[in-house]
Ligand binder design. Structure first.
Ligand code: UD1
Ligand code: CA
Length: 449
């Protein structure tokens, strides 16, 4: 869909969120609020996207750099109409429609925006306002009608008692034609907040004989504006509840739906069981028939079928099928765990490739390493990978057996079928098939009492 451009208003101080970070940079499910809005708008392929920045512009600007987005600045935050005026220079000879949306409505769907634009084109209105019926309209601008037709929008602080009872509210999302700019120039700050309100353009356009119209949507969650941390947390809840419902419908068991957090983008296969206390953050895909027990945190990881993770922290891992992790393991970025691998209690892995059937069952640190198939690592084994300046690798061949409490001083290479005696500190390579013992000999001396 083209022949329209979008302006995203994001200059407001966001006082109600009470933060040193600009409101639109607060994260919802791992992504800044502004990114959600940009994504929804971009989906419709507008001719241009303009973001109005002001409060905390530096931070937002940095985040926007490299993206195909135009930025204009509102020096003083004099209201939403004043913010929009700053974008006028970008659209001097532009004939298309102007979609205006606040940077704080992250849950909006592209399909709703496209319906709004389509309705605006079809009705030939100078402005079409996206509205919704809500149970609690407090804080929103109310849609005031006359003889069933849109008359004006009144803000909470300016509304009369009767107007406050209206449940149909302004979403803060509008589609304008080119008459927008003239209407904006007529807005006066005659209201409780002494601000230039974009909402006043509706009455201004109507009074000048232009057509104004509405597009009503049923799902009011979509237009939820985030003004404070309560609303931010409610938006997280909305996303999570939708995700949980989708997963339950797709054959995933969730033992206590109120006691898990699952990111909107998680992909989870059928017959996986999620226990209470599990936190699946962004970037996770899981296979079928997995079990995840709490309290586990998983992010940016791919987990194969029938794997079990219990009470563990998993970040940036590629896990094949039938792998067992935990209880109490820490799987760090670039850990590749092949089929049937087991990482047990209090073991940590980082930047490793561990081949099929190998086990790191207890209290070990395996980092910057490669383990062949069927390797057994005894309790308390450490790859000493860091010399204070550089990281070095440990390579252990297939079918090697490492006794408890072994230190591998990397770089070091252990062949296949090697037996490393418990308590060894391995400083040199060990060829395949050898038994390596590198520990002080036990001595017996007389005990003086
Ligand atoms: C606004 C609408 C209200 C609607 C609600 C929906 C106005 C006057 N009111 O109220 O009718 O129901 O959204 O969520 O618009 N902004 C600037 N510069 C400014 C002031 C605001 O860029 O000087 C931006 C903000 O960053 C924000 C948007 O305009 O993205 C709306 O401002 P906000 O203060 O959030 O308005 P609401 O009170 O939510
Ligand atoms: Ca708002």
């Amino acid at each position: 869909m083209r022949n329209f451009s979008a302006v995203i208003l994001a200059a407001g101080a966001g006082v109600r969120i009470n933060s040193s970070i600009p409101k639109v940079m607060h994260k919802l499910s791992g992504k800044p609020l502004l990114e959600w809005v940009i994504k929804a708008v971009s989906f419709l392929k507008p001719d241009d996207i303009v973001v109005v920045l002001g409060h905390g512009a530096g931070t937002v600007e940095k985040y926007l750099s490299g993206k195909n987005i135009k930025i204009v600045y509102q020096e003083k935050q004099l209201g939403s109409a004043h913010a929009l005026m700053q974008a006028e220079k970008v659209f001097e000879n532009y004939k298309g429609k102007i979609l205006v949306i606040s940077g704080d409505v992250p849950l909006i769907k592209p399909s709703t925006l496209s319906t709004l634009i389509k309705n605006n084109k079809e009705t030939g209105a100078s402005v079409t306002v996206l509205v919704a019926e809500v149970k609690d309209p407090f804080g929103y601008g109310r849609i005031v009608k006359n003889n069933g037709l849109l008359e004006k929008i009144v803000e909470e602080k300016d509304a009369t008692y009767v107007e406050k009872q209206i449940k149909q509210i302004n979403s803060g999302i509008y589609c304008f034609d080119k008459n927008l700019w003239e209407a904006l120039s007529k807005v006066k700050p005659n209201n409780a907040k002494k601000e230039y309100y974009i909402t006043d353009t509706v009455a201004i356009l109507k009074e000048s004989g232009k057509k104004v119209s509405l597009t009503a949507i049923k799902d009011d969650y979509e237009i939820k504006g985030i003004n404070n941390r309560t609303e931010l947390s409610q938006a997280e809840r909305i996303l999570k509840d939708k995700k949980v419902k989708e997963l339950l419908d797709n054959g995933v068991s969730i033992i206590d739906v109120n006691n898990v957090y699952i990111s909107y983008d998680a992909k989870i296969g059928r017959d996986t069981v999620i226990y209470p206390g599990v936190f699946i953050d962004t970037g996770v895909s899981r296979g079928k028939g997995c079990i995840i027990k709490g309290t586990s945190y998983i992010t940016n990881s791919k987990i194969g079928d029938e794997s079990v993770i219990s009470y563990s922290y998993v970040d940036g891992a590629f896990v094949s099928k039938k792998v067992k992790i935990g209880p109490f393991s820490h799987i760090r970025p670039e850990s590749v765990l092949k089929e049937n691998v087991k990482i047990g209690n209090f073991s940590e892995t980082k930047k490793v490739l561990i081949e099929k059937n190998s086990k790191v069952n207890h209290l070990s640190y395996i980092g910057d390493a490669k383990l062949g198939k069927d390797v057994n690592i005894g309790a308390g084994t450490i790859t000493c990978n860091y010399d204070g300046v550089k990281k070095h690798r440990t390579i252990i061949g297939a079918k090697s057996f490492v006794g408890s409490n072994v230190n591998f001083i990397a770089p070091v290479k252990i062949g296949q079928g090697v037996l490393v005696a418990a308590g060894s500190t391995i400083t040199h390579d060990v060829p395949s098939g050898k038994l390596a013992i590198a520990r002080a000999k036990q001595e017996l001396k007389c005990r003086k009492i």
